[in-house]
Design a protein around this ligand. Structure first.
Ligand SMILES: C=CC1=C(C)c2cc3[nH]c(cc4nc(cc5[nH]c(cc1n2)c(C)c5CCC(=O)O)C(CCC(=O)O)=C4C)c(C)c3C=C
Ligand SMILES: [Fe+2]
Ligand SMILES: [Fe+2]
Length: 368
C-alpha cells in the first residue's frame, strides 16, 4: 500500500506534543445541500447505523437524505449564529481556552488543535497538519464524556484509518471517557448551582442524554451505564434525592427502540402530573448544538407547555465555562503524564540547536 509522503525532517518546531479535541461535526451551512453532505457522511458510518450496508444504502439515499436534509436545514437555520454552527464555534473556543489553561499550568510545548469526526476540519486533515508541523506525540480527546462505540469508537476508527496511510506514526494516547471525572462533574454542578442562584430552582431536574439504539446496550456498549454514573455523581454533588431528578434519553432516530425513558414524552408527562416547573440539562453534550438548542430548548419546551407546564428552564451546556476549561485541563494533564510538556530555558535552547543540526543533516542526506 502506498504511504503518504513524509514531511521534511526539520526537527524545527518546539511544540512536538499535541492534544486534539474532537467533536462530532456539523454542516458548513444551514442549507439543504450542506446538511445533506454532512448527514450522508455521518449516517454512512457503520458505527452509527448498524444495519446491513446494502439495505441501509437504499434507505439512506432514497428516504432519509431526500426527506430529512431540508427539514434538518430549517432547524439548523434557527440556531445558526453569525460565527457559524454553535457546535463548531464552541469547540474552536474551547480549544483556544484549553491551550491557554495548559500554558498557565506550565505546559508550554503542547499544541491544542481541534477537529471534527464528520465534516470540516476533518481528523485526517488536522492530523496531517500536525505531522507537517513536527508533532510526534498526540493525545486525542473526544468531546464526549461518556464512551459509546457510536461516537468515541468511531473517532478511534478515523484515527487508525488515517495512520494506516502513514509511514512514521506518532506516539498516541486516547482519552476514552471522563464521565466520572471530578473536573467534569464539578463543572456541571457549578453550572446548575449558578442557574439556580439566578433563577430559583425547579421541582425536578431532568438530565437528558443523547440516545442510542437499545440494541447497542444489549450488545455491550457501556454508554447507558456511564450516563447513569454521571447522573448519580452529579446528583450526589448537588445533594439531590432520587425523586429530585430523572435521567432521560433524547434524539431518537428511526423506528427501533432506543434507550428509555425518552425525554420529550417524559417531560410532557411531568407537566400532566402537575409539575409546574422543570429544569433541563444535557450533561452528555459539552457544547450547545442542534440537539440542545433546537430539540431541548425549543421542541421539548413546546411539548411541556402544551401539556400544561408553566415554567421550562433549559440550563446551557458547559461550553466555555471557566470551571469546564479547568476541568478539561486537568483531564488533559492526567493523560499527558510522562510526556515532556514543560521545558526549561536550557532544554529549549538544546532543542533549537538539535533542530538546526538535524535540519542540515537531513538536507545533506537528501531526506524528503
Ligand atoms: C442515527 C443514529 C445516531 C446515533 C447512534 C447518534 C449517537 C450520538 N450522537 C451524539 C451527538 C450528537 N448528535 C447530533 C446530531 C445528530 N445525531 C443523529 C443521529 C445519531 N446520533 C443525527 C441524524 C443528527 C443530525 C441532526 C438531525 O438531522 O436531526 C449532534 C449535533 C450536531 C450539530 O451539528 O449540532 C450531536 C452533538 C452522541 C453523543 C451520540 C451517542 C452517544
Ligand atoms: Fe447524534
Ligand atoms: Fe435531534
Amino acid at each position: 500500500m502506498p504511504f503518504q509522503k513524509e514531511p521534511p525532517h526539520t526537527h524545527g518546531s518546539v511544540a512536538r506534543n499535541a492534544l486534539v479535541l474532537v467533536n462530532l461535526g456539523t454542516p458548513d451551512a444551514p442549507s439543504r445541500r450542506a446538511v445533506r453532505r454532512y448527514l450522508k457522511e455521518f449516517l454512512s458510518d457503520p458505527r452509527v447505523v448498524e444495519i446491513p450496508r446494502r439495505i441501509w444504502w437504499f434507505i439512506l439515499h432514497l428516504v432519509i437524505l431526500p426527506f430529512r436534509s431540508g427539514a434538518s436545514a430549517a432547524k439548523y437555520e434557527m440556531i445558526w449564529t453569525r460565527d457559524g454552527s454553535p457546535l463548531r464555534v464552541h469547540t474552536e473556543k474551547q480549544a483556544a481556552l484549553l491551550q491557554a489553561a495548559l500554558e498557565e499550568r506550565g505546559h508550554d510545548s503542547i499544541k491544542v488543535a481541534w477537529a471534527m469526526r464528520y465534516g470540516a476540519p476533518g481528523l485526517a486533515e488536522v492530523l496531517a497538519r500536525l505531522k507537517a508541523e513536527g508533532v510526534d506525540r498526540i493525545a486525542i480527546m473526544p468531546a464526549y464524556p461518556q464512551y459509546s462505540g457510536t461516537t468515541t469508537g468511531s473517532i478511534w476508527d478515523a484515527v487508525f484509518a488515517h495512520y494506516a496511510t502513514v509511514r512514521n506514526v506518532p506516539e498516541l494516547r486516547l482519552v476514552k471517557h471522563y464521565h466520572d471525572h471530578d473536573g467534569y462533574i464539578d463543572a456541571l454542578r457549578d453550572t446548575i448551582l449558578e442557574h439556580w442562584e439566578a433563577n430559583g430552582r425547579g421541582e425536578k431536574l431532568v438530565m437528558s442524554f443523547h440516545g442510542v439504539p437499545k440494541r447497542t446496550l444489549l450488545l455491550g456498549d457501556p454508554y447507558h451505564c456511564e450516563c447513569h454514573k454521571t447522573a448519580r455523581l452529579l446528583a450526589d454533588r448537588l445533594r439531590l434525592s432520587p425523586n429530585d431528578y430523572i435521567v432521560t434519553f433524547q434524539s431518537r432516530f428511526g423506528r427501533a427502540e432506543w434507550l428509555q425513558p425518552y425525554t420529550a414524552p417524559t417531560v410532557a408527562q411531568l407537566a400532566r402530573d402537575g409539575l409546574r416547573r422543570v429544569d433541563v440539562i444535557c450533561p452528555g453534550f459539552t457544547s450547545d448544538c442542534l440537539e440542545t438548542l433546537e430539540e431541548i430548548n425549543m421542541e421539548v419546551r413546546r411539548e411541556f407547555e402544551a401539556a400544561g407546564g408553566q415554567d421550562y428552564h433549559y440550563i446551557p451546556c458547559l461550553n466555555e465555562a471557566p470551571a469546564w476549561i479547568a476541568g478539561m485541563a486537568e483531564i488533559a494533564e492526567q493523560h499527558l503524564i510522562g510526556w515532556p510538556t514543560m521545558m526549561s530555558p536550557s532544554q529549549r535552547e538544546a532543542e533549537r540547536r538539535d533542530a538546526a543540526i538535524g535540519g542540515e543533516r537531513a538536507e545533506q542526506m537528501g531526506a524528503v
